[in-house]
Structure formats: C-alpha cells, structure tokens
Write a protein that binds this ligand. Structure first.
Ligand SMILES: [Zn+2]
Length: 280
C-alpha cells in the first residue's frame, strides 16, 4: 500500500476518534447498572464499554473505566459492595469509552495495558497512559486471587487484551466481541483478516461466561457465533474487493447485509482499511 495514503488514513482515523470522544462526553451524566456475575465479580453496564471488577481482601481489580464522566459512578458502585480500594485498572484496549477515567485512577491505582494500547493512547493524545505494559501476558495476583491479561493477536485494534478470571471461569473480551458485526479500527492497528484467529486463542481458555466489550453478558458459545460472523464478513468483502467492486458498492453491501450504519463508526473507521487489507 502507498505509504502516504496509509499515513493519511491513520491521521483521519485518529481525528475521528478524537472528535467522537469529545462529542460523546459533552455534558453527559453517568447512567449505569451494577450486575453481580459470580462471587466477588461484578459488571457495570451502560455508558461506553462494559466494566468488570473483582474484589479481593487486598484490594479491587477493575477492568476498563468507561468515560471520564463515569468515574464517580464507577467508584460509587464499587463502594456499594466493598470497602476495599481499587488497586489495579486493566485496560482491554485504548479507546476512550474504555479508558476515559484512566487519568482519574492513575494517582491511586496501577493501570496496565498492552504496549500497543499504550502507544495508541499516547498517539491519540488521550490522558492517563498506563505506567505498566506487556506484550503477550500479564498476571495480577492480589489477595490470593488471579487475573490474567493476554494478547492473542490483532482484531478490533493491534492492542486488545482478553482478561481471564481462571477461578471463576470468566473472560472479558473487550471489543474483540461487541455488537453483531465487528468494528475494525484500522487507524488503531485493527485487522479483519487476523480477528478470527485472535478469537480462537481466547476460545482455548477454560471458561463458561463471557463479558463482551459492549452489550449483555454471554456464554462461551457466543464467541463462536461472533467468530463465524467475522469470517462471513471477511469472505464476502474479500470476494467483492478482489472482484473489483468500488468502495461505494462495498459500503452498500455492508449496510444491507451486515447492518452497518452508513455514517457509523464501523464504516468511518473500517471501510478504507477493508478495501486495502482484503485486496492483498
Ligand atoms: Zn473499542
């Protein structure tokens, strides 16, 4: 691919991320619901990405932290079920709807993400970059409990971590599973071609409950359904792109067959990159 075009695409995508985050935060009030999933594991669903938190007798481990305006609500919801302080915040990836409260947690908690997620946070001039990173795996052992973060490959971005709670047999997938059809953030290093293999890596873990990046909590089988949709999309669009279809033609198919909003994030962040990645 033409290098200048790649740089221009990346710049456009970064601009869109910034504009989108600014837009969605304007004058917003937190609106979230607390769900108990297992002993000592809770989920906070509503604004932005799904938050999970795990209570131990040495502190709380929080997964993702929504938007900045959700900070107080997240802290209040944790306090409603435990007096333990939030010691760790694990970021599944860099997007502002999953890392928006990072800057507010950083003075009192250690934030961990993949190295690529941190790079994307810095490049996007987002506040609250994690001080601790990893490339393949990082484990947090607190109060006799374990949480394992693993990078299985590209998909939604180039820095998505799956967060595994071995004792509870639960996985938080971040946006590797979110909505019905994938949002491929090419500006953030995403890849539709690699996405299915990344999900295959997660499927090898021993678990039954899955917390997606957005939407209701599901089962392990829901990841397989999502994986099959990812492959269906890849096969269909690869056929179009290699058959010489125009960008507009591809956009029409994405809208009619896969439910993409013509002006939505899937289209604005994914379409140009799809045309390039699937051509190869
Ligand atoms: Zn995301």
């Amino acid at each position: 691919m033409n290098r200048t075009l790649l740089i221009r695409l990346s710049a456009a995508a970064l601009f869109l991320v910034g504009a989108w985050v600014a837009y969605t935060q304007q004058g917003k009030q937190a609106s979230n619901k607390l769900n108990k999933l297992k002993d000592d594991l809770y989920e906070i669903e509503g604004d932005g990405g799904n938050v999970a938190f795990y209570i131990t007798n040495e502190g709380v481990i929080l997964i993702d932290d929504k938007f900045e305006y959700d900070f107080n609500d997240i802290v209040d919801k944790v306090k409603s079920v435990t007096n333990q302080p939030i010691k760790y915040v694990l970021n599944t990836h860099h997007h502002g709807d999953h890392t928006g409260s990072n800057a507010k947690f950083l003075p009192t908690a250690e934030i961990i993400s993949t190295l690529n997620a941190r790079k994307n946070i810095i490049e996007g001039k987002q506040p609250g970059a994690p001080r601790v990173t990893f490339t393949t795996e990082s484990d947090v052992f607190l109060g006799g409990k374990e949480v394992r973060m693993q990078y299985f490959g590209r998909g939604h971005t180039n820095g998505d971590a799956a967060v595994y709670f071995p004792a509870l047999r639960v996985v938080h997938t971040g946006d590797l599973v979110a909505g019905n059809s994938p949002l491929i953030d090419y500006g953030g290093g995403g890849s539709l071609v690699e996405w299915a293999a990344t999900l295959d890596g997660i499927m090898k873990l021993d678990f039954d409950t899955m917390i997606p990046g957005h939407g209701p909590v599901g089962k392990k089988a829901d990841i397989m359904t999502y994986r099959n949709n990812v492959e269906k999309l890849r096969t269909r669009v690869t056929g179009l792109v290699r058959g010489g279809s125009s960008k507009d033609d591809v956009a029409k198919v994405l809208t009619t067959e896969f439910g993409w909003d013509p002006k939505g994030l899937q289209m604005t962040r994914g379409l140009d990159g799809l045309m390039v990645e699937l051509k190869r």
